[in-house]
Design a protein around this ligand. Structure first.
Ligand code: NAD
Ligand code: UDP
Length: 328
């Protein structure tokens, strides 16, 4: 494997993937339409600006470079928006994946690592969540990702395209050496919003509900460093290259932290007071989501190395040095 195609490589997680591949000596071709990504985030790779749903464009990309494997991050991923505009999500996420798989079939590329999500589980039946647990998404975003996992399964059987569907829990952190980080607009994720509050860009951080059945009443999530995530993708690609069996893999730390614990850790890391106010629950938030990462550890040999303080500290370095994201 020498040349890797990264779709959505100008986005948050994708750009960290590109940085790791470049560091490891791979040739990287990024395909991105920059709808939420940033050209400035792509370092050391060839950027081809275009839409994965554009079959003729993808055909040129696969013709111009000898692609050995694909990592597909390209998607829309705002849960709330997916509820009000489900067709936008099926239209981009599902159609984009279908178009990518078609190009792979036509060009005889037989490995894909795909960005799935913990949102495929919906309300979990138990904690920590295992890959074999029930999948029953509670929003169209999660449903679109689960539908793609189904498409991947059938494409494996029919065309021999092997896949790893990586179900991420909560990605956060940055790559301080390369100088890339999280820049979503609008930003909806907890850690960047807490740090924007520390920077004084908003008056307080809203805590969405403190009456959940958890120790301090706030929701518990499993936060995973974006660099640990990127390392898992590379291991998954190598696993598929060795002939490993297709399937889903949870990517989380295996530890859960409440919203209040995140804010307290951010206060400690930044030395800022970070005002917080309890607000109503956000619709559709499960109270606890914690990954079992046993399968990724055992099958891929993945070990997440970076804990919560390092996640928040790296994110803080990024937000302090880029208060307006890639805009400045
Ligand atoms: P992001 O929005 O920063 O990155 C997505 C990238 O894909 C962007 O650069 C965007 O411009 C590009 N893109 C979207 N549609 C495209 C299209 N049709 N053609 C070409 N490019 C297109 O998102 P992210 O936070 O980096 O997430 C990456 C992936 O991981 C997504 O698939 C998301 O659903 C999944 N995911 C993210 C998280 C998280 O915590 N951030 C958690 C679970 C799953
Ligand atoms: N959250 C919050 N305030 C915010 C943003 C998020 O209390 O301003 C909570 C949210 O309800 C969830 C957790 O923080 O319990 C993580 O939310 P995020 O949007 O970062 O990720 P999600 O788990 O929804 O994918």
């Amino acid at each position: 494997m020498k040349t890797i195609l990264v779709a959505g490589g100008a986005g948050y997680i994708g750009s960290h993937m590109v940085a790791l591949l470049v560091e490891k000596g791979y040739d990287v071709v990024v395909v991105d339409n920059l709808c939420t990504g940033h050209w400035q985030a792509v370092r050391g790779a060839k950027l081809r600006v275009g839409d994965v749903r554009d079959a003729a464009f993808l055909d040129r990309v696969f013709t111009d470079d000898p692609i050995d494997g694909v990592i597909n991050f390209a998607a829309y991923s705002l849960v709330g928006e997916s509820v009000t505009d489900p067709l936008k999500y099926y239209g981009n996420n599902l159609a984009g994946a279908q178009s990518m798989l078609t190009a792979m079939k036509n060009h005889k590329v037989n490995k894909i690592v795909f960005s799935s999500t913990a949102a495929t589980y919906g309300e979990p039946e138990k904690q920590p969540i295992e890959e074999t647990d029930r999948t029953d998404p509670t929003n169209p975003y999660g449903a679109s990702k689960l539908a793609i996992e189904g498409m991947l399964k059938w494409c494996d059987r029919a065309y021999g395209i092997r896949y790893a569907a990586l179900r991420y829990f909560n990605a956060a952190g940055s790559n301080t050496a390369v100088g890339i980080g999280e820049d979503h607009s609008p930003e909806t994720h907890l850690i960047p919003l807490v740090l924007k509050t520390a920077l004084g860009q908003q008056a307080h951080i809203g805590i969405f509900g403190d009456d959940y059945p958890t120790a301090d009443g706030t929701c518990i999530r499993d936060y995973i460093h974006v660099r640990d995530l990127a390392e898992a993708h590379l291991l998954a690609l190598e696993y598929l290259d060795r002939g490993g069996e297709s399937g889903p893999f949870n990517l989380g730390s295996g530890d859960g932290f409440s919203v209040k614990e995140i804010i307290d850790t951010a206060r400690k890391v930044t030395g800022k007071p970070i005002p917080a106010k309890v607000e109503p629950r956000r619709a559709g938030d499960p109270s606890i989501l914690i990954a079992s990462n046993q399968k990724a550890r055992q099958v891929l040999g993945w070990v997440p190395h970076r804990g919560l303080e390092e996640i928040i500290s790296d994110a803080w370095t990024w937000h302090q040095s880029h208060p307006q994201g890639y805009g400045k």
